[in-house]
Design a binder for this molecule. Structure first.
Ligand code: ZN
Length: 379
């Protein structure tokens, strides 16, 4: 057993991190783990923390290893934002905390799971703490790529790159860790393009599989402008459905908890000003979270859609191997018959542009409609 067992397909990254744990000379105080979404940045960061805290450098079984991995270790702080950015106030708190000595283990480890969401000001607030760290503090920052991280932070951290793990490795993990049958695990790993978290959800949640199939089916069905507008609206509503399902219950529960904490009377028609302001700041947070989540879901749908065109291109090339949408092979083949390789590339470009525009805060529906118009195929 090893604390690294769930860090799959990352031999060279694991070797680097293991060496840092074992040899003081190879250790440094700020690490930047990058890798595509779903490659296991957070899993790797936690395993690294476990290995640092473990008396045996990461046995995977002791209390230190287990609590570091599940996020309850007293000296391992996990920061994950659900909003669109990590604010300067939070960064200041982290900087202050980083000056504290570890309480039980050899290291204080601070893991920032979305270092790409640090604002410039928040990054500035962290800079000194990262640059001149206290002896027993380690920062582990995670982000999709180097370019996503403010340059001042980037230049002061050691970079370790994670890769997209192979489909088979993801399937094997789902099978071993989550008890998912191998054929389903393979389908899910392939359809999720090796995104571990998504693959797990696809394998376990039939609703998610249906929504994905609906997105895949959109390709090739867009003939006229009316279809295009309809497809854009469908994509929006699939994303909304998914994010609303996740949010509502939790929002209500949070509000209740806050009211209780403030000793507010939930039946009162109006609340005193100090309670009102607390509630409205909670609502703002919830709204930011919903926006981010629905954007993430939408982006994921576009990645799914993109995979169909990519598969059709693979079919054109005659390779026919490694299709993401093996389960929708007939749709893929039909698309390959009705579009030339150039048209398929054009479609992929249009989807890429829509993703970029949505990332830049263009109204999603507008970006989707422009994209869908480009995706039209003649009948
Ligand atoms: Zn251990």
């Amino acid at each position: 057993m090893s604390v690294w067992r769930d860090v799959i397909g990352q031999d060279s990254a694991v070797a680097t991190l293991q060496r840092a744990v074992a040899e003081p000379g190879a250790m440094t105080h700020a690490w930047l783990l990058t890798g595509p979404p779903g490659s296991g940045r957070s899993v790797a960061a936690r395993a690294f923390a476990g290995a640092l805290e473990c008396p045996q450098n990461g046995c995977g079984e002791c209390r230190e290893c287990r609590t570091a991995v599940d996020g309850t270790h007293a000296d391992v702080d996990l920061v994950a934002t659900e909003g669109l950015s990590i604010k300067v106030e939070q960064a200041r708190e982290l900087a202050a905390m980083s000056a504290l000595r570890p309480s039980v283990g050899p290291w204080r480890v601070i893991i920032i799971e979305d270092a790409d969401r640090l604002t410039e000001r928040a990054a500035d607030a962290l800079l000194k703490a990262i640059e001149e760290p206290v002896a027993r503090t380690v920062w582990i920052l995670c982000a999709p790529s180097l370019e996503d991280v403010v340059i001042t932070i980037r230049s002061r951290s050691r970079h370790v790159r994670l890769r997209t793990p192979p489909v088979e490795a993801v399937a094997e993990l789902l099978h071993r860790r989550d008890g998912i049958e191998m054929p389903m695990a393979l389908y899910a790993a392939r359809a999720a393009q090796s995104h571990v978290g998504l693959a797990r959800r696809l394998a376990r949640d039939e609703g998610a599989r249906i929504r994905r199939r609906d997105v895949v089916a959109l390709a090739g069905r867009i003939h006229g402008v009316g279809d295009a507008v309809g497809a854009a609206a469908d994509l929006m509503s699939i994303a909304d459905e998914e994010s609303t399902a996740a949010a509502t219950e939790r929002d209500v529960a949070e509000r209740q908890r806050l009211m209780e904490m403030l000793g507010a009377d939930p039946t009162a028609r109006t609340q005193p000003p100090h309670i009102r302001s607390q509630i409205s700041s909670l609502e703002k947070e919830q709204k930011a979270r919903a926006t981010r989540h629905s954007r993430d879901v939408l982006d994921r749908s576009l990645v799914d859609l993109l995979s169909v065109y990519r598969d059709a291109l693979v079919v054109h090339s005659g390779a026919g191997l490694g299709l993401v949408n093996q389960d929708s092979i007939r749709e893929v083949q039909a698309l390959a018959r009705s579009m030339s390789p150039e048209q398929l590339l054009g479609a992929m470009d249009a989807i890429g542009t829509a993703r970029e525009r949505i990332g830049l805060n263009v109204a999603p529906l507008l970006a989707l409609e422009a994209m869908a118009i480009t995706l039209r195929v003649p009948r």
